[in-house]
Design a protein around this ligand. Structure first.
Ligand SMILES: Cc1ncc(COP(=O)(O)O)c(C=O)c1O
Length: 444
């Protein structure tokens, strides 16, 4: 009988050929590790709305949506028009312009903590600067991050990502990093309080995603967030919410608006740029004003954000502005629609897994979800620690992913992020594909 890998190979021969070419010129054939999976990834040639087309002409319902960026689907008209208009005026100016101010003002209006805003090119840069600003503002060194949390590949936060969290994440990182960036367990109040207490004298900041991706898009418990807010206030440390994924997605004002906890600094990315490269550091004026060149601080006595050749690139600004304007004007339709679709999908998929006896579990929040293959029944799955240790990640990332591709659905971490472009018909097809895959996997 034909295996799922044989089927995949037959369906995607040109992707395989092109990937062999890619491997000769780029290590592993890719430019973001997540783009690789064995035996080879599909290569994309086109995308519209909720669909991707690969180089072999196969169509997929996309749930990765440009790394969770395309909240309105692939290349919505409002974004392409904004970019086209800007292209006629110029590509990159390397200078201030009016739309940039309006984009910053919109973020200030929508994100509760955003008294001031600074743009850069990626989430990785935004979290790097947030950490630097927090250390400089407090005059302390220690950063606490969630064990298993991902904030991009900057050195300060490339600590405690994969299990065992104590081991260095990469060759080439200074071992001393771990002295100043330490991990806390997500949603574990007592465990976190213990570590806060051990570091209270030197605590510069606590950074976390209020809806944590590596934890299966699990939301932080309200008591956990309240505790982090009050402890950072008590100790004079900075609370940073990394809302690179959750910002403008779980609510127009991000998770901070939805959960009613306002951090000191917020990092944003993805949706904020409407599909163009972006990072944002937003937060309290008294903190961010310290990065202003108007202060004319002496070397050794200033907080440096930037260069950034492409920071607030005009194409990013116009596309981000178009995205945020649309979301603001249509929030009362967009967010309830996404919420309903997310809930329906999670409920339906869990029912299917239970019916087929696959033992898979669905986690998620708002329009986000993931699928997991726990080693045993009844295990809790609401933190990175649970998912990294108690589930078969390889099964999810290879077998489940390829089987779903074979049935025309492009998933990431077993699921993904819905967009406003996903129709009821798309949801139905995702459910049907998952049912077929569950039957196959239960048999195999
Ligand atoms: C929560 C979070 N923070 C930061 C980053 C880094 O953003 P970027 O990939 O734009 O550098 C990511 C990327 O996925 C992320 O999910």
């Amino acid at each position: 009988m034909e295996s799922y890998l044989d089927f995949y190979r037959k369906k995607t021969p040109l992707s395989e050929t092109l990937f062999q070419r890619a491997r000769k010129v780029m290590p592993g054939g890719i430019s973001h590790n997540i783009h690789y999976f064995p035996p080879y990834p599909i290569l994309i040639k086109d995308a519209t709305g909720s669909k991707l087309i690969d180089v072999d002409g196969n169509e997929y319902i996309d749930l990765w949506m440009g790394n969770y960026t395309h909240l309105l689907g692939h290349r919505p008209q409002i974004i392409t028009q904004a970019i086209e208009t800007q292209l006629r005026k110029g590509i990159h100016w390397g200078a201030l312009f009016e739309e940039q101010i309006e984009w910053a003002e919109l973020i200030q209006e929508l994100i509760p903590s955003a008294e001031m805003v600074r743009f850069c090119c990626s989430g990785t840069e935004a979290t790097m600067y947030a950490v630097r600003v927090a250390r400089a503002f407090t005059g302390r060194k220690t950063i606490l991050k969630i064990a298993g949390g991902w904030h991009g590949a900057n050195s300060d936060l490339t600590v405690g990502i994969k299990t065992p969290y104590e081991k260095e994440e990469s060759l080439g990182l200074l071992p001393e990093l771990q002295l100043y960036t330490k991990t806390i367990p997500f949603n574990d109040i007592d465990g976190t309080l213990r570590i806060i207490d051990q570091n209270k004298k030197d605590l510069a900041a606590i950074i976390l995603e209020p809806v944590i991706a590596e934890g299966g898009f699990s939301p932080a418990a309200p008591e956990y967030l309240k505790m982090l807010r009050s402890e950072t206030e008590r100790l004079g440390a900075i609370l940073i919410f990394d809302e690179v994924i959750s910002g403008f997605r779980v609510a127009l004002g991000g998770a901070q608006k939805r959960f009613g906890i306002i951090p000191d600094l917020t990092t944003l990315g993805k949706i904020a740029g409407g599909g163009m490269p972006v990072g944002v550091i937003a937060g309290k004026k008294e903190i961010l004003i310290q990065t202003s060149p108007e202060l004319k601080k002496e070397k050794g006595n200033r907080i440096l954000i930037g260069g950034g050749t492409f920071s607030a690139h005009p194409l990013t600004v116009t596309s981000g502005l178009a995205m945020l304007r649309f979301l603001k004007e249509n929030a009362n339709v967009v967010y309830p629609t996404l919420e309903r679709a997310g809930e329906k999908l999670r409920r339906s998929l869990q029912e299917i897994f239970d019916q087929e006896g696959l033992g898979a579990a669905v986690t998620g929040f708002a329009s986000l979800y993931q699928v997991h293959f726990p080693f045993k029944k009844g295990l809790e799955l609401h933190s990175p620690h649970h998912i990294h240790q108690f589930t078969d990640i390889e099964r999810r990332e290879v077998e489940f992913r390829i089987r779903m591709l074979n049935h025309g659905v492009h998933v990431m971490h077993g699921g993904g992020g819905l967009s406003f472009a996903h129709s009821d018909e798309d949801i139905k097809r995702i459910i049907e594909a998952t049912k077929e895959v569950s039957k196959e996997m239960a048999k195999s």
